[in-house]
Structure formats: structure tokens, C-alpha cells
Design a protein around this ligand. Sequence first.
Ligand code: ITT
Length: 190
Amino acid sequence: MHKLVFATNNQHKTDEIRLALAGQYEILNLNDIGCTEDIPETADTFEGNATLKSSYVVENFKLDCFADDSGLEIEALNNEPGIFSARYSGSRDTVENMQLVLQKLKGQTNRRAKFKTVISLMIAGQNHIFEGVIEGTIRESLSGIKGFGYDPIFQPNGYDITFAEMEMEEKNKISHRAIALKKMMEFLKG
Ligand code: ITT
């Protein structure tokens, strides 16, 4: 079976893809191929960072690979935190990161924001890019405890609850990551 590496250490993400592509691709993650390197994410776009990760694996392990990069873009903050989402406040503390966002948006009536995921799939020497976006608004305060990252302050359009108040199965059906993955899987199946 065709081997395809997913450049992540997240076992949950790996299992999800493995199930979806069962019988078609053998999915390996960084751990499975013995890649312990902290792959640099030094580009200034999601696409650039996803491509850095996928090309690192292709060059060093000679295997086809895909990688993703995501983050939150807030319109009134010139699309910040964007590629800096994981460490916006200087730390990985998600409450500190959300508090910084809320502080910067104080008094701001434009609360529009979007989550974005970009996937780089390097297969047969070619880079294919897939993007997933979900639009919504930033709440005035935190609400809900499910999910991760900025979920307690992000309310997707068409809902009156935040991502952190939503069942995981429901979020996983509509999220930015789900949209991008679906596009890649359609490409791979086609
Ligand atoms: P890996 O690169 O190791 O996969 P990461 O935390 O950097 O881990 P992402 O690139 O997917 O993961 O996302 C970067 C940050 O964007 C993440 O740390 C969160 O703060 C935020 N983020 C991404 N997707 C999110 C989601 O579905 N819900 C809430 N926050 C999210």
C-alpha cells in the first residue's frame, strides 16, 4: 500500500485520517518514521509553514507527506494572531492568549474572525495546497470548556454557542480543519 506521512505528533489527528483513508493509504506519523526533530516553522504564512513541514519529511525520509498549519484571524486586529496563534501572549497558556485578544478588542464593535487551516500535500514531487475556513465572531468573554485553544471565545456563524460549548463530534464536522482535510481526501480518493 502507498505510504503517506502525516507530519504531526498528534495521535488523535493521525487516527482520524487513518480511518478515513483505510485500505487506500498507509498513514504514518512523525513518531512512526522516527522523526524526533522539531521541524522549524519560520515562514510568515500558514501555507509556508505547512510546506516547510511537509518538505522536511520528503527531503529527509524520501516519503510522500502532508502537514497542516492553522490559526485564528481577527479582522479588527489585522488578522492577528494568525501564524502566532499558539504563542500570541508569549506563552502557550491558552487563557492568557484569549485574554490578550479580549483586551485588544475592548470597545471594538467589529468582532468578525475566522479559523483557518492550510494543508500542504507533497506527493510525487508536487505540492498541493488545501484550505479550510470557518467564519464567526469573538465573544466578550470565555464560554465553555470543551475543545482547545481559542474555542471558548469563538462563536461560529449560524450558532449561538462557542466551539467550546459544542460537542466534539459536531465541531469536527464543521471546523476549518475538517473542511481542509475533506478537500485533501477527495483529491486522494479521486
Ligand atoms: P502542531 O503544529 O504541533 O500540530 P499547534 O498547536 O501549532 O500544534 P495548529 O498549527 O493546528 O496546532 O494551531 C495553532 C494554534 O491555533 C493552536 O495552538 C491554537 O491556539 C489555535 N487553533 C488552531 N485550531 C484551533 C481550533 O480548532 N480551536 C481553537 N484554537 C485553534
